[in-house]
Design a protein around this ligand. Structure first.
Ligand code: ADQ
Length: 489
C-alpha cells in the first residue's frame, strides 16, 4: 500500500540548449572542474518544483579523446547535465558560421552577410549542412536519454532543426521549442536560402513559443506566405495537424535580486559606489558587447545630451559595462574599437582634470557588484537595436524599489511590450530623441518616478522566470493531450 508521505513522481524535463549551463575546465587526462552558471534559464528551472530538469547541450570545449569525454560525462552527470560532443570543425561551421554569422544577424534585422556573394553562397550551404548535422547530434543524445512521458524543451535559434529530427525518431515525444531572439518579419525571413526547411522543422514541434505576440505573428505569417499553410488563432495547421504557436514572455528570478540587496557584500559595494559618485547622477548601461545592443548609438546620444545641456556635464556620469563576446570575430573586434574610440573622444571633449563623463568597462561583473550598480543607478539606458526580450531592464527594476530610478528602453526590445508603460520608450536610432529622454529622466518628479517604477516592479515580481517555465511546460502538456483527443474523435 502507498506510504502516507509518498509524493507523486515529478515529470522529467529534458532542456536542450546549445550550451550547457556550466563552464568546464580540464584539470588532467580524466579530471574536470565545473562551474555552474547562474543564468536566467537555470534559476527559472531550479525554481519549478513540478518537474525534474536535466540539461542536454555542448559544454563549450573540444574533447577529442574518449578518456576525457567519459570523465566529463561523469562529472556533468552529477549536475544533471548531459554533454553533446562537437568537434572543432562542426563548431566552426555550425556555431560560428550558421548560428552566429547567419541566423543571429538576420533575426535581428541586420541582414545576411554580403561580402562576396558567390563565396557566401558556397559557404552558406556548407554551414547549413553542418547546422543540420549538429542538430542531428543533439537529437541522438536526446534519444539516448529519453524516457516515455518526458517533456523535451528545445531552446533557441541554434536548434531549429531539432524538433523535426526528434519527431522523425519518435512521433510520440512531447516537443516544445522556444526562441530567445526576435523572429523577424516574414519579408526578412524569406531572404534566407534555407527558409522553408527551418520553418517546416520548427513546425514539427507540438508547441512553439516566442517572447512577444509580434514575434509569434511574424512566424505564423512566414509559414503562411512561404509554405502556403493556414494560420489560425491557435497556430499553424498543416494537413489537419496543428502546431500551437504562442507568446510566453520570459521573466527573471526577481527574489534572487531583491534578497541580494540585503547581503553585506552588496551593501559594501553600494556604499563605495555612493561615495565614488557623490554629487552626480548615475546612468547605467549593462550589455554584452554585441551589435544588436546599440552601444555606440547610446554613447552618441549621451554626447548629444551633454552638448545640448552643458550644465549637466559635471553632474552626471554614464557607467557602461560591456561584456566582450565572440572576440575572435572581426565585426565584434571592430565594434570594440569603435566604442573605445567614441568613449575616448567624448571623455576628451567633456572631461575635466577631476572627472570624466563616461566610465566604460569591457568586462563582466560578478552578481553582487551588478546588483549594487543597479541599486545606485538613477537612470538605466537600454538602447538595443533589436532584442528578444532584454533581461537587464528587468534586473534593474527589481533592484530599484528604494531609489525608484527611471528606465529608458528601446522600443525594439521585447521588454518594451511589458515594461513600456513604466519606462520612457525611445527609438535608439534617433539620437536627439534619446538625448531628450535622458533629460526628461534626470528631471522627472519623484511622484512620476514612483508611479512608473511601481508599474514595472509589479510586473517584474509577478511575471517571473519560474512562472514562465511553468506556463510553457504546462501548455505543452495540454497541447499534446488536446491533439490526442482530436485524433481520437
Ligand atoms: P542576451 O542577449 O544575453 O540574451 P539579456 O536578456 O540582456 O541578453 O541578458 C543578458 C544577461 O547577461 C543578463 O542577465 C545580465 O545581467 C548579464 N550581463 C550582461 N552584461 C553583463 C556584465 N557586464 N556583467 C555581468 N553580467 C552581465 C538572449 C536574448 C535576449 C533575451 C534573453 C533571454 O538576446 O533578448 O532576453 O536571451 O531570453
Amino acid at each position: 500500500c502507498e506510504k502516507p508521505d509518498a509524493r507523486p513522481l515529478r515529470q522529467r524535463l529534458l532542456v536542450v540548449a546549445n550550451r550547457l549551463p556550466v563552464s568546464a575546465v580540464r584539470k588532467g587526462e580524466d579530471s574536470w572542474s565545473l562551474e555552474m552558471s547562474a543564468g536566467g534559464l537555470v534559476s527559472a528551472l531550479l525554481g519549478v518544483k513540478e518537474f525534474e530538469a536535466r540539461w542536454i547541450g555542448w559544454a563549450g570545449v573540444n574533447v577529442p579523446d574518449e578518456v576525457g569525454q567519459k570523465a566529463l560525462t561523469k562529472a556533468l552527470g552529477e549536475k544533471r547535465c548531459i554533454p553533446v560532443f562537437l568537434d572543432e570543425e562542426i563548431v566552426h561551421r555550425y556555431y560560428n558560421g550558421y548560428c552566429n554569422n547567419i541566423l543571429w544577424p538576420l533575426f535581428h534585422y541586420l541582414g545576411l552577410p554580403q561580402e562576396d556573394r558567390l563565396a557566401t553562397t558556397r559557404s552558406f550551404q556548407s554551414q547549413f549542412e553542418a547546422y543540420k548535422k549538429a542538430n542531428q547530434m543533439f537529437a541522438d543524445v536526446v534519444h539516448q536519454h529519453y524516457e516515455e512521458g518526458d517533456v523535451v524543451w528545445c531552446h533557441d535559434y541554434h536548434l531549429m532543426f531539432l524538433p523535426k529530427c526528434l519527431k522523425e525518431r519518435n512521433n510520440n515525444m512531447k516537443v516544445g521549442w522556444f526562441l530567445h531572439t526576435p523572429f523577424p518579419s516574414s519579408e526578412i525571413h524569406r531572404t534566407l536560402p534555407s527558409r522553408s526547411d527551418l520553418l517546416r522543422s520548427v513546425l514539427a514541434a507540438d508547441l512553439v513559443g516566442f517572447h512577444t505576440y509580434d514575434y509569434a505573428r511574424h512566424f505564423v505569417s512566414a509559414c503562411t506566405r512561404i509554405l502556403g499553410l493556414e494560420g489560425t488563432p491557435e497556430g499553424v495547421e498543416d494537413q489537419g495537424r496543428l502546431t500551437r504557436v504562442a507568446a510566453f514572455p520570459i521573466g527573471i528570478d526577481s527574489d534572487r535580486f531583491i534578497r541580494a540587496l540585503e547581503l553585506p557584500q552588496v551593501q559594501e559595494h553600494i556604499i563605495e559606489l555612493k561615495e565614488r559618485f557623490a554629487g552626480r547622477k548615475v546612468m547605467l548601461g549593462v550589455d554584452r558587447l554585441d551589435m544588436i545592443k546599440g552601444i555606440p548609438q547610446k554613447i552618441l546620444a549621451f554626447e548629444k545630451f551633454l552638448e545640448e545641456y552643458p550644465s549637466w556635464c559635471d553632474k552626471v556620469v554614464l557607467l557602461q559595462i560591456a561584456v566582450p563576446t565572440r572576440t575572435d570575430v572581426p565585426e565584434y573586434q571592430k565594434l570594440t574599437s569603435q566604442v573605445h574610440e567614441i568613449v575616448g573622444r567624448i571623455n576628451g571633449r567633456f572631461g575635466t582634470l577631476t572627472a570624466v563623463p563616461i566610465h566604460h568597462l569591457d568586462r563582466s561583473l560578478d552578481f553582487y557588484a551588478l546588483c549594487a550598480l543597479y541599486a545606485v543607478t538613477d537612470v538605466a539606458l537600454v538602447t538595443s537595436l533589436r532584442d528578444g526580450m532584454n533581461l537587464v531592464s528587468y534586473e534593474f527594476v527589481a533592484c530599484q524599489d528604494l531609489k525608484k530610478g527611471v528606465l529608458i528602453l528601446s522600443e525594439f526590445a521585447g521588454a518594451a511590450q511589458s515594461l513600456g508603460a513604466g519606462a520612457i520608450l525611445v527609438n535608439p536610432w534617433n539620437i536627439t530623441e534619446v538625448a531628450d529622454s535622458i533629460r526628461q529622466a534626470l528631471t522627472m518628479t519623484p511622484e512620476e518616478r514612483e508611479k512608473r517604477h511601481q508599474h514595472n516592479f509589479v510586473h517584474v515580481t509577478t511575471h517571473t522566470a519560474q512562472e514562465w517555465a511553468e506556463t510553457f511546460v504546462s501548455e505543452l502538456n495540454d497541447t499534446v493531450i488536446e491533439a490526442q483527443l482530436r485524433t481520437r474523435q
